[in-house]
Structure formats: C-alpha cells, structure tokens
Design a protein around this ligand. Structure first.
Ligand SMILES: [Zn+2]
Length: 657
C-alpha cells in the first residue's frame, strides 16, 4: 500500500460521543464529559488527557480525517482543546490504517511543536491519540521586525557568517510557549553550519529579539538516464563476514589502509540505479543521492562504466559506494514492508563529512546524512549507515519528532533499525557476543566501545544519557525481534512511529507497538509485546493488555453493571476524579480510607440515578485538613433502590505531594 498525503479542512461536527470503558467486568459509561480507563490514558498534572491508547471508537463512514475530527469534538473537555484552534490536517495512509496529524495554530500562526495526532484503523475507528496541544495561549499579535532581520539576529547569536551548507537559512513566525509557561510571538530560525557545526534552530522573541531557545538538531551518532550498475561493498561489515575479532589477521583500521583480509571480505553487489551524466556514471539513484555537503571536500566518485564501482576500503570511493548501497537497501526495505516516504527518497548523503570526526549525523532540516572518517570510516560499517537512516525514518514518519523522551527513543529505534538488518545476515548466533553488538566494525575496538542490544536495565530511564537509555529500548525491540522475526517486528516498529507526536515518551512508544499490532495483525502478538515491553522492561503495566477504551456513540446507553473505576490522575496532587457507574438507581456512599483502615473522608453520600458519575477528592480529611503523601483507598458502597444486596468496590490510589 502506498503512503499518500492529503490535506483537507473539515468543519468540526457537534457529534456527541460518550466514551465507555471496559475494565475487566466493570462497565463504565461516559456522560459526554468523558470517562476513560486510566491504564488506557496518560494525563498531565492538570488532568488533561495527553495520550489515549487502545481506543475503539464506533466505525465511521467518510474519511479517516473526519473520523478523527468527530472524535476530537466529542472529547474536547478531556483533551483540553476547548480554546485550541486546530489547523489543516495531514493524513498518511499506511498499512493497518491512517494517521491524521493536525497542527495547532493561533490566529493563523503555527504553534511550535503543538498539535494532535489521531490514528484510525482500516474501519475508520479511532485507535490511538497523542495530544500535544497548548491551551490558553496569550500572545502579541504583530512582530516588531521581519524574518530577514530574525535571520541576521540569529547569525549574530551563533557568531556565524552567511555561507549556508545543506539548506538555506530560513525564518518563519510561530507561537512559542517557553519553559516558564510564558507565550511569545516568535521567529523559528533554522541555520545549518559547519562552524559552529550544527543544524541550528533558534526561537527568537518577535518583539524583543531575545533568544528563547536554541538547539542543535543534528542527530548524532556518538563515537561515532538511469542504469543498473555494480560495485564492491561490505554486506554488513568485514568482521561479521569473516567471523573474526577486531585486531586479528589484518582486520584492523590501521589508518584506513588496505589488507588482504579487508579486501577479501568485500562482496560484489548490484547497484540499483546509477546515473549517466557528463560522460560518466555517478551515484545518484531514486532513493538517495551522494553529495558533498560538509568538509572534507570530496570528488563525486564516478565510474567510467556502470559496473566500475570497484574500490578497496583505502579508497575514498569505497565509502561512497557502501553508503549508496546500504541507504538504497534501507529504503527498499521500507517499500518491501508496505511503507514509503517522498521525504526519505529525497535524502542526500555525504560519505565523508562532519569535518572528519569519528561521528556521523543526520540533519532533520536539510534531510541529509553525513558520515565521519575518524577511527574506522563510519560509512564502512552497515550498522552506522542503517542507524543514521533510522533517524531519517523517525523524522519522516513523525514530523514533529522531539521533546519527551524522543532523544533516547530515537537512538533506540535507530540502533534497532541497524541491528534488525545486520542480525538478519545471520553471521553470528546467540552464543556469540557479537550477536548483541551494534557497530561491530566501527566500534567495539580501540576507538570506541560500541553499543549493545542486551542491556538488562529497565524503564524508567532515570539520568542515563540518550544513547545509553536508547539501549534499553533497542534491547526490548530486539528481544521481540528474536521471538517474532524480522518482518513482523520491522513492520510493528515502522508503524508504531506513525502514532507518535511531539513529547512522546517510552510509555507512548510501547503502547504504539501494541496498537500497531492490533491494527496490522489483529493483536495476535500482544502477549509477546506485553511480555517484553511490560513484564521485562517495565515500559507499560503488563496488566493493561486487555484494558481498552471503547467509544460508543449512543449517549443514552446505560452501564450494564455497578462499579468504581480507577481514579485519575493517579498518582495525583491534590485533586483526583473517582468515576463510578450504576446500572440502576441506588444509594451511594464513597469514602476514603488511610492505610491503617481509618475512614478519613466521605466524598459522596446520597441517592444517585442510573448512569455514570464522577466524584472528586481534594486530598483533605473531613475536618478540611490536607493529608500527606501516601496510598489511600477509595471504597464505594452501593445499595440498589430496587432492593438487593449491597455491593462494595475498592480502588487504591497514590497521593504524591
Ligand atoms: Zn543516533
């Protein structure tokens, strides 16, 4: 199936949808103000729903975009989007359903990083929602200077000249909410430079010119007439092909020199498409183009015949052919799995860049990847090439990639993409240490230690660096790979990226894997996913596997049973909501107990009609005194008005002040 992008503007409908939630045997009905099963939702400190997982809304006729818009209008309060303006949407059709991303605007100006992403399955049922909207924006209406001036101010702040690399400098107006909560009309300026090296993004206040945020978006790898042609490459890396250790029998970098061993383990491969130009053949294909973007300056690695791309590893042309071959293979892999992306097909590749450092990076703004040459040339190791391409996939599939735990996740996904490829070559078995290594030629040697795929640590990431935390995510994914195989796991991983928006955490990413399985495979692999992502790595609570937020259009539907749902938010401070349902009218008493079993507050004590209700507790006792951080127990007692046995339900909840 092709991925196509369409844009539409669809009026908000006033559909009334109650969100009904199944939680074990307890049915829970919404009243329009929305209830949900908390294990299927992530709320922020203000109780706004930031993610909804495993939703199953009613199937809708019409487009995925209209199903998404309907769902959003029905859940305006829960999502905190009452005063949020959503702009034009972008719909990506992918295997397993569509992904609708709607950017937030404020008086027609894009709000930085803000928007909502809604996934639908093949039946146009909403399945997952990522909500990165910003409410209650208050901002000036007119800039005090123009975009050209913004670029000049940004260059001055960076102490850089006007010679751009890769992509031209640009500036455009955005609305920006700073870390302190203040709103600004601002310019987002992008500048890519070798000096100071970076894919710079600066946010400048459009009134004062002050710099509100500055970051380098280069995604770094630490330490680190068309015709068919052919050439010599490493199909993964020379050590794997030879099953040798670094340092043995001529398998050393030795300043990028040739050895009989390193020459012998090259392989002749077909080059998908090379381009004839100016009397020679060059490495420009449909899925990537070699280019000289950064220092050092390269010639453009041509050959006199299409089958003439034969270089040894000491020659600069070798890295060019190796990068061209693997990036083309990486994109073809996406096509084989049913995915595609115009942005990825347009990628440019500098086989010798990054000022010769032992490091490589991907530029989200300029959409190019550049490989360093310190230590082992990075573009000699397929793991490095596939890793950097993994970053390119993230930005192509999740255009607002960033914030939250995206830095760590990004490294983890990129290591996964590399390892999924190289492990599939079958050079190493689980008995070999190299089976669990990434960068088997570029790293794990005298230059740097490489990374691993069997990190025993669990979530949360704590204070680990992005690359180290990323190992926890890649280790989980590769464990899944061992159980489900490359094709299924690659599809789940690629699909999962499409659900994620700005600020995604590893919890979102784990839920997105589950949702991908439901939408692609009807959920047949859920148990395996929950085992690795839940029981082993703690990204999700393993007990939530069956918990689903089900959306029912009939707002007169009555719950089938009595029950007390989990409070939300939880943990909470200081206020939390306690939803309960009544299958028929009843006398209700909802009391709060401390861990000693003493009743400390009563939050409901009255007759209630059948339906869904929500009580609140503000963490104070009956005397109105605030209680301290601890676990508390909510106990609901129901006596049906029509007679029958009294019923009790309890829930544990945690107050964290
Ligand atoms: Zn990376």
């Amino acid at each position: 199936m092709d991925m196509t992008t369409t844009t539409n503007r669809i009026a908000h409908s006033a559909l009334v949808i109650a969100l009904v939630v199944a939680c074990g045997s307890i049915g829970l009905a919404g009243d329009g103000s929305t209830l949900y099963y908390t294990a299927s939702a992530k709320t922020d400190g203000r109780g706004v729903v930031r993610s909804l997982y495993n939703v199953r809304s009613l199937a809708k006729s019409g487009s995925a975009a209209s199903a998404a818009r309907s769902f959003l209008s029905a859940h305006t309060t829960a999502l905190g989007i009452g005063n949020v303006t959503l702009g034009t949407e972008q719909t990506v059709i992918a295997p397993g359903g569509a992904h609708v991303r709607i950017a937030q605007v404020h008086r027609g100006i894009p709000v930085y990083g803000a928007g909502v992403s809604v996934a639908t399955n093949a039946a146009h049922q909403v399945t997952m929602v990522s909500n990165a909207t910003i409410a209650d924006i208050e901002v000036a209406t007119a800039p005090q200077f123009d975009a050209q001036r913004a670029v000049i101010l940004a260059r001055a702040a960076l102490h850089t000249g006007d010679r751009a690399i890769g992509s031209p400098d640009s500036a455009s107006l955005v609305v920006f909410r700073a870390a302190d909560g203040s709103d600004h009309l601002a310019y987002r300026v992008t500048i890519t430079r070798e000096e100071p090296a970076g894919d710079w993004e600066l946010i400048l206040d459009a009134e004062s010119g002050a710099i509100l945020q500055q970051q380098d978006m280069f995604v770094k790898y630490e330490e680190g007439q068309r015709v068919r042609g052919s050439g010599m490459v490493y199909v993964t890396d020379p050590l794997s092909s030879a099953r040798q250790a670094y340092g043995a029998n001529g398998f050393v970098d030795a300043g990028d020199t040739d050895s009989d061993s390193l020459n012998a383990y090259r392989t002749r491969v077909g080059l998908d498409s090379v381009t004839y130009t100016g009397g020679q053949f060059v490495l420009q294909g449909p899925y990537c183009t070699l280019a000289d973007i950064e220092m050092p300056i390269d010639s453009m690695f041509s050959a006199a015949t299409p089958d003439g791309f034969d270089f040894t590893r000491s020659q600069q042309g070798f890295e060019a052919v190796n990068a061209f071959y693997h990036i083309t293979a990486s994109y073809r892999r996406l096509l084989d799995l049913g995915f595609s992306s115009d942005r990825l097909a347009a990628i440019r590749v500098d086989p010798h860049g990054f000022q010769g450092q032992d490091n490589s990076h991907f530029s989200p703004t300029g959409n190019w990847v550049s490989f360093g040459t310190g230590g082992v040339d990075d573009a000699e190791d397929a793991d490095v090439i596939w890793h950097e391409y993994g970053h390119a996939i993230q930005y192509a599939f999740a255009p607002t990639w960033g914030g939250g735990e995206c830095a760590a996740l990004g490294e983890g996904y990129a290591d996964y993409w590399a390892a999924s490829f190289s492990r599939s070559a079958g050079a190493w078995t689980a008995a070999d240490a190299q089976f669990n290594w990434v960068y088997k030629w570029d790293g794990h040697n005298e230059f740097w230690g490489g990374r691993k795929l069997n990190d025993a640590r669990t979530y949360p990431f704590g204070t680990l660096s992005a690359h180290t935390a990323g190992q926890i995510w890649s280790s989980a994914l590769m464990s899944i790979w061992n159980d489900l195989g490359r094709d299924v796991t690659d599809r789940l991983v690629l699909k999962s990226l499409l659900y994620l928006g700005y600020g995604a955490t590893a919890v979102d990413a784990a839920h997105a894997m589950l949702q991908a399985d439901r939408d692609l495979y009807n959920g047949v692999h859920i148990a395996t996913l929950v085992h690795w992502l839940g029981s082993v790595k703690h990204f999700i609570d393993p007990s939530i596997a069956g918990g689903s937020a089900t959306d029912v259009e009939d707002d007169t539907v009555m719950p089938q049973s009595f029950g007390l749902a989990q409070n939300y938010p939880n943990p909470f401070n200081p206020t939390t909501a306690l939803p309960f349902t009544l299958a028929s009218a009843a006398r209700v008493r909802l009391a709060i107990y401390n861990v000693l079993g003493q009743e400390i507050a009563v939050v409901a004590d009255a007759d209630y009609a059948a339906g869904a209700h929500t009580a609140q507790w503000n963490a104070s006792n009956q005397a109105g005194t605030a209680v301290s951080s601890s676990m508390y127990i909510a106990r609901l007692t129901v006596v049906p008005a029509a007679g029958g046995e009294p019923m009790t339900f309890t829930r544990k909840m945690v107050l964290m002040r």
